[in-house]
Design a protein around this ligand. Structure first.
Ligand code: BGC
Length: 725
């Protein structure tokens, strides 16, 4: 198709139309009438269609990660894809998959937690789901973002994330590898520099690693105004410039691409073949998702939702609210539950305390980009959030639940009137305190927080509120909505704080999903996707960056030791480890068996060629490298009295001198079992799963020596079962 296009036509398909109407979306590629190309609409967000009506607000990335459930991740992706498609969007700007490297990262909640394996599995399923074709063979293009090591918000477009090759490959690249494996159509580069070269023009990352090692055939697009050059970016592997502005000060059509791209070809700075490659990639993604055949026209206007000419108000929500409720319940983590305080059983009286129990009285979408915290927290802020169609708050959901029981409910949304809170909580059968901690993207400043969190404390005096209630009520239950870990030292060991429910960021069905868990309609089965520390100094913190330095340096000195790996390596005990989560029932593990699978002779040859020859394009994705080599099976039994789900986890211990942390996650499975029932769970391990990135050979290599397989209930728990490979 591209063969007969002119240079101008090829250049036109790789640039956005600037940052304003008449384009309807947050990024728009204009139609190219001379070749009959209809243009492209690119729209946020990873939790649902942004700036549009009649759309769903899904649970955030961190919540789907907490489910540890591939099936739900796939279904969430499918539902998201269907909503974008229904609005006539070609390219959905998600999912985000940067690792929650530091505890304060403002956008950590958009991603899938702090472990590369977990993030990789969730990214894979999300993308497969989003890019599912409908009955007419059409689908939405996903975008894996932000490539790579885009882990802090403060001075995000000035700072350099500096990391070594092994850390890059084994941790931060892994979710992108899984995305390419899932067939992702696009990758968005980060605003940051990586090893002091802008991500959008980092040839090593874009040409050698993404398009080379991973064999990525789709489009690499810039983040919005994230390109810092024309020729250098284009030669460095950037295929599409979004939204087409040169920076955030010029909206006159000036761009590094466009006229400057055609000039660069005409003066010999960029070969024409490269522009052909760029245009081919954009079209390849378009064809991959069947967007060449009667793709629906964009039917909303993200710049003006009330303009009758451009908004046809198509309702794309279907029955996604059911899935949203299920995911949020499944992603809720029970952290503490003394003497079966939960589930609640037809309580005679309840107190519901805290502003986080009620939706914002000013309106659900009062704050632009959700950049405010004045009610129950169901999403963080920034381009990663969308508009709520409605938001069920915890208070109203609990009231509906207990109505048939005749429960008396007292409530206060005033976090600072501690006398009132205590007087209402006193004498009630149980007191529920709802608290939160927010964070987001640098686009808004919320109560002095510019994006990255200033600290890990609860907002609005949450600690004092919990303590005031716990002082008078022996059955104080704390529910936390949060973008990331919080400091719980003030109240976690209080004897009257008998239960703690970690509800993450649940989306529009917040109250219902929380009520399902509180009352036992849903057995809690969420697991922490990051570690919560005892002491603030045990976290890896965001790098303190002074605004006075031109390019602040963020050094990934921890190398492979982020999150739970650091606690293992440094022999520190966290408060709640990655993978931790309680249940209303109990499970036992037994009968560990390890079976080596024979690779086919073609696979064996492919693998030995990989190891002995110079790497070819796409070699990190060779099927033989990812084929099952060892199958580890265990028996899981529900030994308790209720039906419920469990998440057995497989951790791998590498041979001692391989330089790996003491153990790393390499398998998990969510299984649902009735009381007394058991099932066999199988974890498949590939050669890649047992490899390290050998920086000398520039290959995935299995270190020599014996491996230990551990089955455990969290990253630091003593293993329930052990075996050798
Ligand atoms: C964000 C991206 C987003 C883009 C378009 C940028 O500021 O970093 O994640 O997709 O804006 O809204």
């Amino acid at each position: 198709m591209v063969k007969n296009w002119t240079l101008e036509e090829k250049s036109a398909i790789v640039i956005g139309d600037s940052w304003s109407p008449p384009g309807l979306c947050i990024g728009n590629v204009n139609p190219i009438p001379s070749v009959g190309f209809p243009g492209l609409c690119l729209q946020d967000a990873p939790v649902g269609v942004r700036v549009a009506d009649l759309v769903s607000a899904f649970p955030a990335g961190v919540t789907i990660a907490s489910t540890f459930d591939r099936n739900l991740a796939r279904l969430r992706g499918e539902a998201l894809g269907a909503e974008f498609l229904g609005k006539g969007i070609n390219i959905a700007l998600g999912p985000g998959m940067n690792l929650a490297r530091n505890a304060e990262g403002g956008r950590n909640w958009e991603g899938f937690g702090a472990d590369p394996y977990l993030a990789g599995e969730v990214a894979y399923e999300t993308i497969r789901g989003m890019q599912t074709l409908n009955k007419d063979g059409q689908g939405v293009q996903a975008v894996a973002k932000h490539y790579i090591a885009n882990d802090e918000e403060h001075l995000r477009a000035e700072s350099s994330s500096n990391l070594d090759d092994r850390t890059l490959h084994e941790l931060h690249l892994h979710p992108f590898l899984k995305s390419v494996q899932a067939g992702v159509a696009n990758v968005m580069t980060g605003y940051n520099l990586v090893n002091n070269s802008w991500a959008a023009q980092n040839s090593k990352l874009n040409n050698d690693i993404l398009k080379g090692e991973l064999g990525f055939q789709g489009t690499i697009m810039s983040d919005w105004a994230g390109a810092r050059s024309g020729v250098a970016s284009i030669l460095g592997g950037l295929d599409m410039n979004m939204p087409g502005v040169i920076d955030w000060l010029h909206f006159d059509g000036t761009s590094y691409f466009g006229g400057n791209l055609t000039a660069a070809v005409n003066n010999g700075s960029v070969p024409l073949s490269r522009v052909t490659d760029m245009a081919t990639r954009v079209l390849a993604s378009w064809f991959l998702l069947g967007q060449d055949k009667n793709f629906p026209a964009t039917n909303f206007n993200g710049w003006n939702l009330t303009d009758p000419a451009t908004n046809s108000h198509v309702n794309v929500q279907g029955d996604h609210y059911k899935l949203i409720r299920q995911i949020a319940a499944s992603g809720t983590v029970l952290l503490k539950n003394v003497n079966n305080a939960l589930p609640l059983q037809k309580p005679k009286s309840l107190a519901i305390i805290g502003d986080d129990a009620f939706p914002d009285p000013n309106g659900l979408n009062f704050y632009q980009y959700r950049g405010g915290n004045n009610g129950t927290l169901a999403v963080g802020w920034g381009s990663g959030a969308n508009d709520f169609p409605y938001l069920v708050g915890p208070f109203s959901a609990i009231v509906s639940k207990v109505k048939p029981y005749g429960t008396s409910v007292k409530s206060s949304r005033d976090n600072y009137d501690l006398t009132l809170a205590a007087s209402l909580a006193k004498g009630q059968e149980a007191a529920l305190v709802f608290v939160n901690s927010d964070g987001g993207e640098t686009v808004s400043v919320v109560e002095g927080v510019e994006g990255d969190r200033n600290d890990l404390l609860l907002w609005h005096g949450g600690d004092e509120l919990i303590l005031a209630v716990a002082a008078v009520n022996k059955k104080t239950i704390v529910v936390v909505h949060s973008v990331g870990p919080v400091d719980m030292a003030a109240w976690i060991d209080h004897p009257n704080v008998v239960a703690v429910v970690w509800a993450n960021l649940p989306g529009q069905e917040s109250g219902n999903s929380c009520t399902d868990v509180l009352f036992g309609d849903y057995n809690p089965s969420g697991r922490l996707p990051y570690t919560i520390a005892k002491n603030d100094e045990d976290y890896l913190h965001a790098t303190p960056i002074t605004d006075l330095v031109p390019n602040p340096q963020v050094n990934y000195d921890e190398k492979l030791n982020i999150d739970y790996r650091a606690y293992l390596t440094n022999n520190k005990t966290p408060r709640f480890a990655f993978g931790f989560g309680l249940s209303y029932t109990t499970f036992s593990y037994s009968s560990l068996k390890i079976k080596e699978s024979k690779l086919s002779s073609a696979q064996t040859t492919e693998l030995s060629n990989y190891l002995s020859r110079k790497s070819a394009v796409g070699s990190s994705l060779l099927p033989s490298l990812h084929a099952t080599k060892w199958s580890v099976s265990i028996k899981v039994k529900n030994t308790g009295k209720r039906t419920g789900e469990d998440v057995p986890q497989l951790y791998l211990v590498y041979p001692a001198d391989s330089g790996e942390p003491p153990r790393v996650l390499r398998g998990f499975e969510k299984v649902k079992l009735q009381s007394g029932h058991s099932t066999t769970v199988t974890f498949n391990l590939s050669t890649y799963d047992l490899s390290i990135w050998d920086v000398v050979k520039q290959k995935w290599t299995v270190p020599t020596g014996s491996f230990t397989v551990l089955i455990a209930t969290d990253a630091l728990a003593s293993p329930s079962l052990e075996g050798k490979i």
